[in-house]
Design a protein around this ligand. Structure first.
Ligand code: OOB
Length: 551
């Protein structure tokens, strides 16, 4: 299937309106990146440890890499599954793909066979880019296995020592090398601005993550709108410690926003406070993004070593999960620079607090939409009728960077999009009288584990593979570090027994990403039911109100 077939285009009247307002600029990301590079050729674009790339060098490598991908048989409109740790190669490969119209599918480093196989099948990926190994996991072996056992995968790119990449694969580091003298640049047509630039992954309300096709027009709009409120400029030094394929560090404004204004991107493989603080000091980082659990660890670290290393920080964006007001207040009091709350989603809509908002708004709200054409509707969970400001309801949204459907997912689209194109976020929010949103809960059945959105249904489906389990229900349990963790309630078949460690090792054997392995197992004689006979998750959650020790 060619990509466009699986997407749901914006209705013409909306597309016309977005174009007329200049929100869709009709320019592709590679065109804008070229322009930025031409304006700042000698400026530092990427600093990764001792590796430094100026804009001229970055573009040279990206264009050479794109040409080499084409020579390897990857063609425009192919999809490439990208599962790379944060590093300069991610940036070069991303730009190379955008240039030649190959669409990266943004997998996470934590994904394992269970998730990657599904993503390859769903996207019909032609290529995969993965590290040799990471945290003792042999990604190269898995990539080769996937090539053997899926129908579309042909090209395997492996990041790491070129001498060590397995035969039959291509060295990503070599692919990202500067252009050799005898390598003539190919003349590649620029992608159509309305074509798909990247595929992001949804948090996944039911079952596995959905693919979200983001067009150049829509993603440029996303980047521009978020850049405006982050005060980015050529002197911006952006530290990316969240997985760079996630929408937040990728485009809100993230690495794309930084590169479009001639700033410097500093990729780092981990948000660990010691490493992040050292990178901020070493590179004079001005902007970064974190999830609340990471911010909490940074605050603890700052309480011990002080915050002097963070002196250059101008903006700390926090989002991905609800930042508790108390934590927000501590950030404002203890860390240099400004705090910006970011309430966003891979599906589109981004809300931010503004740099000049009163401190009460920055601490107590998750901000407001970044684009004037973002539409917001907050409706009663039961009746579907709009609720007044100050009352909680489910957040629905439409806008110039919120696609009208998931990629090739008719059933999920029925559930998550209304007939007139509103995305039903499943977040319960309250709008304050000044128009800021406060996230107060969730109607969708998700567990937000330190910013990782986990579908309860996916966990339950996996649990049912265990022969001991008769009934399963996965729910969020409160956790001081991560916000929430995964608790699995199970009713066992007669004469069976089950322990948490055997559940976890089964999940590991099935190649399920580690963050989805249940943190707690509660064996119960029966599950509470609602009046209509559904498992009463609210009642289950209430039994877990108190935090418990972690495994
Ligand atoms: C970001 O994107 P996703 O797609 O990983 O997750 C989206 C979901 C939201 O629907 C909401 O449930 C939750 O994550 N969320 C927040 C939040 N930010 C995201 N819940 C409460 N407070 C917040 N500040 O997580 C994402 C994408 C772009 C920018 C920032 C975050």
């Amino acid at each position: 299937m060619r990509t466009a077939e699986g997407t749901t285009p914006w209705p013409t009247e909306f597309a016309d309106r977005y174009r007329a307002a200049g929100l869709w600029e009709g320019r592709s990301l590679p065109e804008l990146l070229d322009e930025s590079a031409a304006a700042h050729p000698d400026h530092l674009a990427v600093a990764d440890g001792d590796r430094r790339l100026t804009y001229a060098e970055l573009l040279d490598r990206a264009s050479a890499c794109g040409d080499r991908l084409l020579s390897a048989g990857v063609t425009a409109d192919d999809r490439i599954l990208v599962q790379l740790p944060n590093g300069w190669q991610f940036v070069v490969l991303l730009l190379a793909c955008l240039r030649i119209g190959v669409q990266p599918v943004m997998a996470l480093p934590a994904h394992r066979e269970h998730e990657l196989r599904y993503l390859v099948d769903q996207s019909e990926a032609r290529a995969i880019a993965a590290p040799l190994s990471l945290r003792d996991f042999d990604h190269a072996a898995l990539a080769l296995k996937l090539r053997e056992t899926t129908s579309t995968l042909q090209t395997v790119l492996i990041q790491g020592d070129p001498a060590a990449v397995p035969s039959g694969t291509l060295s990503l580091d070599e692919l990202c090398a500067p252009r050799a003298e005898d390598e003539r640049p190919r003349d590649v047509p620029r992608p159509d601005p309305s074509s798909v630039a990247v595929f992001l992954l949804s948090g996944g309300t039911t079952g596995m993550p959905k693919l979200i096709a983001r067009t150049h027009d829509d993603y440029v709009c996303n980047v521009r709108a978020t850049s405006r409120y982050a005060a980015l400029g050529p002197d911006t030094v952006y530290l990316g410690t969240l997985p760079l394929g996630h929408n937040f560090p990728l485009a809100c404004p993230g690495i794309l926003g930084t590169l479009l204004v001639g700033g410097t991107v500093v990729p780092l493989t981990s948000p660990h406070p010691e490493r992040a603080f050292a990178a901020i000091e070493r590179f004079g980082v001005t902007h970064t993004a974190a999830v609340p659990a990471v911010v909490a660890s940074w605050l603890d670290h700052a309480a011990t070593v002080g915050a002097d290393q963070l002196a250059t920080l101008r903006l700390l964006q926090v989002g991905g999960a609800r930042l508790a007001d108390e934590l927000a207040a501590r950030v404002v009091a203890l860390l240099p620079g400004r705090l910006q709350q970011v309430f966003g989603m891979a599906e589109g809509l981004i809300n931010v607090t503004r740099l000049d908002d009163p401190v009460s708004v920055v601490i107590g709200t998750q901000g407001r939409p970044v684009c004037e054409a973002d539409e917001i509707l907050i409706v009663d969970e039961e009746t579907g009728r709009p609720v007044p400001d100050g009352s909680p309801g489910v957040l629905l949204t439409r806008g110039p960077y919120t696609p009208r459907g998931y990629y090739d997912a008719a059933e999920a689209n029925e559930r998550s999009f209304t007939p007139d194109g509103w995305y039903v976020s499943g977040d319960i929010v309250v709008r304050t009288s000044e128009g800021n949103l406060v996230v107060s809960g969730r109607s969708k059945d998700m567990i937000n584990r330190g910013g990782e959105n986990i579908s309860a249904e996916e966990i339950e489906n996996l649990a049912y593979r265990l022969t001991a389990i008769r009934l399963a229900a996965a729910v969020a349990m409160p956790d001081p570090q991560l916000g929430e963790r995964v608790c699995l309630f199970a009713v066992l078949h007669d004469d069976h027994d089950l322990r948490l460690d055997s559940v976890r090792s089964a999940f590991a054997d099935w190649g399920v990403a580690a963050y989805k392995h249940p943190d707690r197992l509660e064996l119960v004689a029966e599950l509470p039911l609602t009046k209509v006979g559904k498992i009463d998750k609210k009642a289950l959650r209430e039994t877990l109100a108190a935090p418990v020790p972690t495994p």
